[in-house]
Design a protein around this ligand. Sequence first.
Ligand code: ZN
Length: 385
Amino acid sequence: MKTSLFGALWRTGLAAALLMAAGTGCGFVSQSTEAGTTMNSDHEGTMETVRVRIFDEQGELTAPTETPVVAKSDAQWRDELTPEQFRVLRQAGTERAGTGRLLNEHRDGVYVCAGCSLPLFDSSTKFESCSGWPSFFASIAPENLRERPDYSLSLVRTEVLCARCDGHLGHVFGDGPQPTGLRYCMNSAALNFTPRDELASTGQPVSGGRAEAVLAGGCFWCVEAVFQQLDGVLSVDSGYAGGAAHTANYEAVKTGQTGHAEVVRVLYDPNRISYEDLLRVHFATHDPTQLNRQGPDVGPQYRSAVFYANEQQRTAATAMIKELEEEGKFNGSIVTTLEPLDAFHKAEDYHQNFATQNPTNPYVRSITLPKIEKVRDTFSDMIGD
Ligand SMILES: [Zn+2]
């Protein structure tokens, strides 16, 4: 389905016949500016993956599945959470007893992390502890919780955290009911409730594993369309990375002053396509020797970059660039920047799936479709159906 439109265009020869002058490009062609890339070299990209259970599209809890850890800066968490959620989840705060909004929640369903939506407790294990906080006698999956000793009061308690985003949830005590004898004493602010009949709609497609790659190679319309072709790629979103949340919008980014690059976030199944393969395609479908531009699109927002989420990705990208330099495939030096991924900010809706939605757009015809053709020719063994 994802390739049919482009396939049809190629078969009619329409795209090849329409090499229009560029300039109506990714919206904006600016003069080169001095606002260069912002490298946060003090951030070493500590993110890794964690094996947790999530809900699939049928609303069933999966086997332990490798998923990326959710790591964000305090500023990002403040953007996304309410002040009370931030105080509890990120600063290990405790809500006042008897005030939590989930205290009297009695419906059938699942309690998920308010920070990252990881399933944490089933309503069938909730009980009235009279403590003033929602209480459960078991977790939905031991993998999904992390415990550590908490010495913050004069007694030693066991703190309970979300295994995926490390958000503080509450504490666990040994005075709960059978069959476990445990009392997970949780903050309402750390949890969201999902009714049972909505679990399938909030579930995620799972086929062995999921991982993310965030890559920049000029106008995201093109980069998105390139990766949408590949087998093992689950979804591609256009967005911004490298700058602050409050300027992560097209009007600000196009000035070239925000530090952002136009990027895509590729969600892929690492059992079907590797990060190295994604990098190989990336370097073959843009010009990594162009500094702060890509063809007609000029400005640091169009820079070539790999936003690495962890050490493995950084190492893989470093090795790939070295390999390409040694092969001498390019006429100039590779100027691709390796930048730690602090956050991916999804772009406005009208930028998503742009090439598919706008096949007659002059930029799509002259710039994007030739890239698609190149991917389909060069990486025919990697093309999905
Ligand atoms: Zn979480």
